[in-house]
Each structure stands twice: as C-alpha cells, then as structure tokens.
Write a protein that binds this ligand. Structure first.
Ligand SMILES: NC(=O)c1ccc[n+]([C@@H]2O[C@H](COP(=O)([O-])OP(=O)(O)OC[C@H]3O[C@@H](n4cnc5c(N)ncnc54)[C@H](OP(=O)(O)O)[C@@H]3O)[C@@H](O)[C@H]2O)c1
Length: 140
C-alpha cells in the first residue's frame, strides 16, 4: 500500500515531468496536491507525506521552468465528494463541481495556486495556525 502510494504520487509525477519538459509545445503543467500537503492527517501518513513532497516539487519546478515560459499550476483540493480511499469516506464533503467552478475562476484570474474552502485556509495559514489545525484534525 505505502509502496503503491509512493509510486503513484511521487515516482510517477517525477517521471512524467521529466518526459513532458522535453515537449517543445509544453506551456503549462498542472499538479494536483492536497490540503494535506500543508498539514498531515496522521491516519494517512504516507499519503500526506507524498502530497507534501508534491507541493515542494511543484514550487521547485515552477521556479526552474519560469525562464522557459512554462507555467506550473498547483491544484489544491480540500476533501471532496469522490471515492478516494474507498466508497462513502467523502460523502459529506463538497461536490467536485463546486471545486471545479472555483478553480476555473482562479485560473482565469491568472492564479497558480488554486484552492477552495478548507484548502484555501491551509495554503495561507501561519505556522501557528497550522500547528493548531494539526492538533484539531488529529485528535484521537
Ligand atoms: N477527493 C478528495 O477529497 C481529494 C482531496 C485532496 C486531493 N485529492 C487529489 O485529487 C486527485 C484525484 O482524486 P479523486 O478524489 O478524484 O480520487 P478517485 O476518485 O479515487 O480517482 C483517482 C483517479 O486516479 C486514477 N489512478 C489511481 N491510481 C492510478 C495509477 N496507478 N495509474 C493511473 N491512474 C491511477 C484512478 O483511475 P481508475 O479510475 O482507472 O482507477 C482515478 O481516475 C488525487 O491526486 C487526490 O490525491 C483528492
């Protein structure tokens, strides 16, 4: 399970990025991270760590590809109503359609960090806020 998550969420994006940056027509990369990139949910430690990795990798690639005029966008979903992790786990989360509408509007405004609801709070939180959120999210 951990190995599969690392392959899908870390090794595959590195591999795909290394292939895509050789395309002459490439002008945009969109990476999907998570609110958990900023605060780990301790019941999914490997998943959370892979998303923290991907956030960091996205910051670096954005900076490295700037001179080539390749834009690197980070899509940062909060919990949304999909079957991620198993059926029923996210049934009470907002629908994907609301997230999509919000992030398309942000793209039109030229934003490169696309957030929604709780992920907006996390992506802009102070270190103190992040510590408090960590404690709230991970109460046993
Ligand atoms: N839903 C949330 O609450 C939430 C929150 C934050 C971030 N995200 C992120 O949003 C992205 C999409 O998640 P989701 O909620 O839409 O999850 P999902 O409903 O479980 O969909 C995951 C998608 O990834 C594909 N996939 C999984 N493993 C793969 C592999 N090894 N090779 C190729 N494709 C693979 C699946 O393909 P198949 O359908 O063919 O299996 C499916 O299309 C993920 O990066 C997730 O981490 C989701």
């Amino acid at each position: 399970m951990a190995k599969a998550e690392i392959i899908t969420n870390i090794e595959a994006p590195i591999h795909l990025t290394s292939l895509f940056i050789n395309l002459k027509s490439l002008n945009t990369i969109i990476n999907v991270t998570s609110g958990l990139s900023f605060v780990p949910l301790t019941k999914v430690p490997v998943y959370s760590a892979t998303k923290a990795f991907f956030h960091s990798f996205t910051l670096s690639t954005r900076n490295l590809l700037k001179d080539k005029n390749i834009e690197v966008i980070e899509m940062i979903p909060p919990a949304l109503n999909t079957d991620l992790g198993g059926k029923g786990l996210h049934d009470t989360s907002p629908p994907v359609s609301e997230f999509i509408e919000a992030v398309f509007n942000q793209m039109k405004e030229g934003k490169t960090e696309l957030t929604f609801g709780f992920s907006q709070n996390l992506a802009n939180a102070s270190s103190e806020d992040l510590k408090n959120t960590f404690n709230r999210m991970n109460q046993v």
